[in-house]
Write a protein that binds this ligand. Sequence first.
Ligand code: ATP
Ligand code: MG
Ligand code: MG
Length: 549
Amino acid sequence: SEEKSLNFLEQIVEEDIANGVNDGRVLTRFPPEPNGYLHIGHAKSICLNFELAKKYNGQTNLRFDDTNPVKEDIEYVDSIKQDIQWLGFQWAQELHTSDYFEQIYEFAVQLIKKDLAYVDDSSADEIAVSKGTPTTPGTPTPYRSRSIDENLDLFLRMRNGEFKDGEKVLRAKVDLASPNMHMRDPIIYRIKHAHHHRAGDKWCIYPMYDFAHGQSDSIEKITHSFCTLEFIPHRPLYNWFIEQLGIFPSHQYEFSRLNLTYTVMSKRKLLQLVQGKFVSGWDDPRMPTISGLRRRGYTPASIRTFCERIGVQKRDNLIDVSLLEFCIREELNKTANRVMAVLDPVKLVITNYPADQVEELSAENNQEDPEAGRRMLPFSRTLYIEREDFMENPPKKFFRLGPGLAVRLKNAYIIKGESFDKDENGEITTIYCTYLPESKSGGDNSGLTVKGTIHWVSAAHAATAEIRLYDRLFNVENPDGEEGDFKSYINPDSLQIIPNAFIEPGLVNAKPGERLQFLRKGYFSVDTDSTPEKPIFNRTVTLKDAWAK
Ligand code: ATP
Ligand code: MG
Ligand code: MG
C-alpha cells in the first residue's frame, strides 16, 4: 500500500505523542452550533476530527456549541447527530456547552475576583469606540476602574435578571493597547432574556463564543482543538483565559475552511435559500448540506473520499465541485446496477416482430461487478427509445438510428430504421424499423457489426416515473465573491422535472435511497418521496463531467 505523508495536523499530534504531552492521550471534538443543518464544509471538519483521533487511538466528542439561544433549535440538534452517524462516525460523548453554563459563570466570577473582568454599562457603540482602531490604542470606559466588589454585585444582578438586554456586559480586562483587537477587553457575557432550547429560562446572561469555546474544551480535557483559519487571532485570548483561570491547557490549531465552486456554504445563507423557498428545504438535492447530498444519491464513502482527497491546508482555497462529483461517479461506476429509462420518449415499432409476442430477455446488471447478477426484461413489438437517438437526416458518423441506419438495442437485437410518421407540427410520432432475429444479444449469429447501442423500454410493460435533473444551484463559480446579493446568482435552470419518463417495469420496486445507473443518462437515486405508485428518481451526477472544458 502507498505510504501517505502526514498532514501538518498529524505532524503536530505525532510530535505531542513523542514528547509525552498529555501522556500521549488524544481527544478531539466536533463543535457545531445547532443553528442549521451540516454542510460539506462540516464534513471536512468531521472527517478531520474523527479520523485523526482514531488514527492515534483517541476519541472525539460531539459538542453542541449552544450559547446563542435565539438561533438554535432541537430540529438542528437531531439532524446533526443523524448526519454524523450517516457519515460513519460515532462520538465518545454527546455534550452541550449549555450544560457548562454554571461552571462558565464561575469562571467569570473567578476572573472578576482577580480584577480581570468588569461590568461595563457602555452602549455597544461606546464599547466599539473604546477599543480604538487597528492603528490607535483603545481607551478605558469609566467602568473599567470599578471595584471588585461592585463588579461581583453587578454581575450577580445581571444573572438575576435585574437589567434589560444590552444594558450591561461583562468584559475581560486584558489589554486595551494590544495590537490584536480581540485582546482589547473583549465582551465575555451579555444579557439576553431569551428562552434556550435546553436550559429553558434559567439564564438571561449568555457567554460569548470566546468565553465558552476554550472553557468547554478545557472542561472536557480536549487535547487538540481544531478550528478554521478565521480563529487564528482568537488564539491568544483562548490561551489567556486558560492561563488566568489555571485550567486544563487545551490547544487550538487552525486549518482552512472548505469552499466549493457554484455554491454557498455559510448556514446563514443556506437558511436564506430555505426560508426564501429558493429550494425545497435543507435536504433539497441541490443544497451542499449532508442531507441534500444524501437525498441526491451521494454515499458516505464518496464524501469521506472527497475529504481525504482535498486534505487539510493552512491557506483558504476554492475547491472545484467537479472533484466531489468525480468521487461519487467513481464509486457508483463500481456499485450501481445498469438499468434502462427513457427520458424523452418516441415510439418505435418493429414491423417484422409478431404483434402478440412478448419475450423475456436476460440483462447483465453491472459489468463491473460479477456479483450483481442478471435480470429479465420484457421485449415486444412496440418500444420507446430516446427521441435524440433517431435522426431523419443523419449526418455522417451518427451511429444511432435513422432511415437505413442499423443500431443495437441494448440486451436485445440489431434493428434497422425504415420510416416514420409525423404529426401536423412536423414532430416525429412513430418510427418503424425491422429487426434481425438472429442478432439476439448473447447469441448473435447475424455476422453484422453495428457501431451504436441504444437503450429502450417495452411500451406495454414500461412504468412511468418522475425524473428530476439537477444542475448547479448558482451560475457563477464563487457567489460569495460577486457584487450584490448572492441570491441574484441562482441558476434558474438548476432543476428540470420530467414528469413522465418510461422506466423498466422492475424499477417501481426500487427503495428510496437505492442508486442506479440509467444507461447513457447518468447515475440516479430513488427519492425519499418515491412510492411504487409514483416512482421518483434524482439524478446524482451525469456519466461524464458536462462542465469540463
Ligand atoms: P457557518 O458559517 O456555516 O455557520 P460555522 O463555523 O459557524 O459555519 P459551526 O457549526 O460553528 O459553523 O461549525 C462547526 C465546526 O465545523 C467548526 O469547528 C467549524 O470550524 C467547522 N466548519 C464549519 N464550516 C466549515 C468549512 N466550510 N470547512 C471546514 N470546516 C468548517
Ligand atoms: Mg461557529
Ligand atoms: Mg456560523
